[in-house]
Ligand binder design. Sequence first.
Ligand code: PXP
Length: 247
Amino acid sequence: MSALIRPARLRLGVNIDHVATIRNARGGDHPDPVRAAGIVAGAGGDGITAHLREDRRHIRDDDLARIQAATGLPLNLEMAATEEMLEIALHHRPHAACIVPERREERTTEGGLDAAGLHDQLAPIVARLTDAGIRVSLFIAPDPRQIEAAIRLGAPVVELHTGEYAHATGEAQVAELRRIADMAALAARNGIEPHAGHGLTYDNVQPVAAIPQVAELNIGHFLIGEAIFVGLEASVGRMRELMDLAR
Ligand code: PXP
């Protein structure tokens, strides 16, 4: 009898930036993203994602060390491709670094990284992070040009941007889901681990979670928002359940 091949458990990285957004609104210490990270660990989350932005609008430098010290979960540091962020990543040595495009005036990360157009800028950053033992991920649109660029850069992981999918409806959403599935398969065929994230909610997570090659989802805004009503443990637990049901 041939053994059934079970897809590996889909990992859930919880982006805790917006706990810090609320904290910073009053300039004090509460609510503490480190406390949130501890709750995520107990609620079925597999990793903590945090974006240290140039303007420090949510996560701050000292949060990184505190998160790393307080939870056993791997930290995925989202960072712009700048010398400043590279030095910070090399100092903190998170488990993973996800390189994202960043514009000061945007409300959240809009669009994927142009890994193809920025090859020369990205290549030394990817190399230095990799040399330091940090797993590099590139946050890219589900576009074959970008996957090819990730292959050329030697990135072990790509995170496929699900924002277009999350905002689309009807046939446009089906088409976008197909692009994500096709690019996850293309990445995996080339030895790159595909992750996905942005704009995922209870309502739209399952079709993405069902893509067999996708190994990790990174979800933030919805989970922190929902936590206002049900608590963080419950919001993460419900997402975990929906993801598991979809596999
Ligand atoms: N992945 C990346 C690379 C992101 O930049 C973000 C937003 O910071 C997310 C995932 C999470 O997106 P959302 O907050 O919409 O769930």
